[in-house]
Ligand binder design. Structure first.
Ligand SMILES: CC(C)(COP(=O)(O)OP(=O)(O)OC[C@H]1O[C@@H](n2cnc3c(N)ncnc32)[C@H](O)[C@@H]1OP(=O)(O)O)[C@@H](O)C(=O)NCCC(=O)NCCS
Length: 164
């Protein structure tokens, strides 16, 4: 029988997924606060640090490491709607554009298929053109637009990748 959970750690082809160490939460929060979409959404490093250090039994959070160096973070909310919701995916700037995001999405998709999930879900800010392109290139389709979901005046696009 396959378990409907994500593994605690995973070895991808170029990256490792593992727990976020306590000392990494602040540095990740500061890096994210200096990146899009969080700069435009005006989400501070303090808010992000609080989120990253909060206990949350409904989410599986991974630090993304490449050759031992911190390269990003991914947080999966599961169960969600017949599959996981990627509530956070960030590849740090020096690691972007090298296929890491695609590799992480492939992992999420493969694990979701393994336990019989039918969808992978994610939101991307409407103004975040690169993320919108990235998810669509990886097979996600727009389901709808949710105004003021994360911050007033900004819409989030809800995207779904159907796995059936
Ligand atoms: C969006 C993101 C997760 C993609 O991860 P990545 O490792 O850079 O993506 P990959 O290398 O696998 O794929 C790159 C593709 O995504 C697009 N892309 C998105 N952001 C990019 C970036 N900063 N640099 C280069 N390509 C980027 C490119 O257009 C490219 O598409 P193409 O191959 O058709 O040209 C990553 O760039 C990131 O963390 N961005 C900032 C945070 C963010 O927007 N997160 C998602 C929404 S919450």
């Amino acid at each position: 029988m396959t378990s409907a959970t994500f593994p605690a750690t995973a070895d991808l082809s170029t990256a490792q997924l593992r727990a976020v160490a306590t000392g990494e939460q602040r540095s990740l929060a500061e890096a994210l606060a200096a990146m899009q979409p969080w700069t435009t959404l005006d989400i501070s490093a303090d808010e992000l640090a609080q989120y990253l250090s909060s206990e949350d039994g409904g989410a599986q959070r991974y630090a993304v490491a490449v050759d031992g160096a911190l390269a990003g973070i991914v947080s999966l909310r599961f169960p969600w709607l017949k599959g996981p919701y990627i509530e956070l995916l960030a590849v740090l700037p020096t690691h972007q554009g090298h296929g890491l995001g695609t590799e992480i999405l492939s992992f999420v998709e493969a694990e979701t298929r393994r336990f019989g999930g039918r969808n992978v879900w994610v939101c991307a800010s409407g103004f975040n053109d690169r993320a919108q392109h990235f998810y669509r290139r990886c097979g996600f389709v727009e389901v709808g637009s949710v105004p003021d979901l994360v911050a007033d005046g900004f819409s989030e696009t809800l995207l779904r990748k159907p796995l059936t």
